[in-house]
Design a protein around this ligand. Structure first.
Ligand SMILES: Nc1ncnc2c1ncn2[C@@H]1O[C@H](COP(=O)(O)OP(=O)(O)OP(=O)(O)O)[C@@H](O)[C@H]1O
Ligand SMILES: [Mg+2]
Length: 378
């Protein structure tokens, strides 16, 4: 078993994180394929609105908010499955409201509320919170054994770790309690003017906006407990051994610094990196078969040039390993898995399988992985 396979053994959630363009989406798709090969039913969910996951998987029509099944190797027992989906924050929020409102009328009241339409989706934290809710639902979904999460290329990609806690704090906020109060007392309409705090807020944001907001929160009455319970569940899941964090980096100074930031962010949350994938590294192509021409033999200039080229690659690869040591120390004892830069982009299942082979079958002839595939665009 490769170090990465050991790191993923028994995982129920795998989160791929790292800075922009390093290969998070590619890695998430590759891990999905590998986990399916081990007989597990996997769903890869991308939080990134860019279509990269669909592109990598070779799905021209893109992905939606509902998982679609892909045709991959189901493993020796034939039980493995791979599904993929793209998180749609608004659709997830609507679905949550419908599923949790005590009545269809109450759901309708929320869904048609102007505050909900115009503001709720844009409020900071909503997207992260919906990602956490979706993760909760997918983890509970009987169709799947493992959820692989592909995060967006932002520094706050891991905010969803905190989102459930943010929601719980929000529900405990005195302002929220104040807004909820009138329905608790059985009053239908909250008299904005009678509450000095609300009068002030109303002056700032406008009376209509405030009235919509109040109606929105009141329509949520009775649903907080469910939200709070799921928030607690998801926090526990993300902090448990069932969740593994795979950090992706490229061997370049800027992305290494970013990766160290992510590793620190996880450490601050009391979490550990399970594996580090160093993607797009310089390939060294092993040891050349031809002998090095002695003393730059006359007539062997092309061979000399090839050897020089090879020496340069070896030196660059060594420098990359050197650059990686601090990050590797940061995440130790997590395994460090190297994936070389391939000839072309990864945009189909074959390309992903090539990377899968390099990551999970490193003992095999990896050169076959580098040279064995045709790259029509070089
Ligand atoms: N080992 C590799 N060799 C060659 N190309 C690669 C390799 N890994 C990824 N790529 C290509 O690099 C590009 C970026 O990869 P990917 O989309 O997986 O990165 P990302 O970290 O998810 O990016 P973003 O931060 O934009 O979401 C893609 O075009 C992909 O095909
Ligand atoms: Mg991506």
């Amino acid at each position: 078993m490769s170090g990465l396979a050991v790191a993923l053994d028994g995982a129920e959630v795998v989160v791929c994180c790292g800075s922009g363009g390093v290969g998070k989406t590619t890695t998430a798709a590759v891990l999905g394929i590998e986990l399916a090969r081990t007989g597990r039913r996997v769903v890869v969910v991308t939080i990134d609105p860019a279509k990269r996951l669909a592109d990598a998987l070779g799905l021209p029509d893109g992905l939606g908010n509902e998982p679609v099944r892909l045709d991959v190797d189901p493993g020796p027992a034939g039980t493995g499955q791979l599904w993929a989906m793209m998180l749609d924050t608004a659709a997830t929020f609507d679905g949550l409201v419908r599923a949790n409102a005590p009545s269809a009328e109450q759901a309708e009241r929320i869904l048609t509320n102007r505050f909900y339409h115009n503001i709720a989706g844009a409020l900071s934290g909503t997207q992260e919170y919906m990602a956490a809710e979706r993760l909760h639902a997918l983890h509970d979904d009987g169709r799947f054994d493992v959820v692989v999460v592909d995060t967006p290329p932002t520094r706050n990609a891991l905010d969803f770790l905190e989102a459930p806690g943010t929601l719980a704090r929000f529900l405990d906020h005195p302002l929220f309690k104040l807004l909820m109060m009138p329905t608790r007392r059985g009053l239908k309409v909250l008299n904005v003017a009678a509450q000095p705090v609300l009068r002030t807020i109303g002056k700032v944001v406008g009376g209509d906006v405030l009235a919509d907001a109040i109606a929105f929160f009141q329509a949520f009455d009775g649903m907080e407990t469910g939200f709070r319970d799921r928030a607690d569940d998801v926090m526990t899941l993300l902090r448990s051994d069932a969740t593994r964090y795979v950090l992706v980096a490229a061997p370049r100074r800027d992305t290494i610094d970013e990766a160290r930031y992510f590793a620190g962010r996880l450490r601050d949350a009391g979490l550990a990196v399970s594996a580090l994938v160093v993607n797009r590294s310089t390939p060294t192509f092993g040891t050349p078969r031809a002998a090095r021409p002695s003393a730059r033999a006359r007539g062997a200039t092309r061979l000399v040039a090839l050897w020089d080229n090879h020496d340069e690659l070896v030196a660059t690869a060594a420098a990359e390993h050197e650059q990686l040591t601090t990050l590797a120390d940061d995440v130790a004892p997590a395994p460090v898995c190297w994936v070389p830069m391939l000839h072309g982009d990864v945009h189909d299942l074959d390309g992903l399988d090539e990377i899968r082979h390099l990551l999970f079958e490193p003992g095999d002839d990896t050169a076959g992985g580098l040279f064995g595939r045709e790259h029509p665009t070089g």
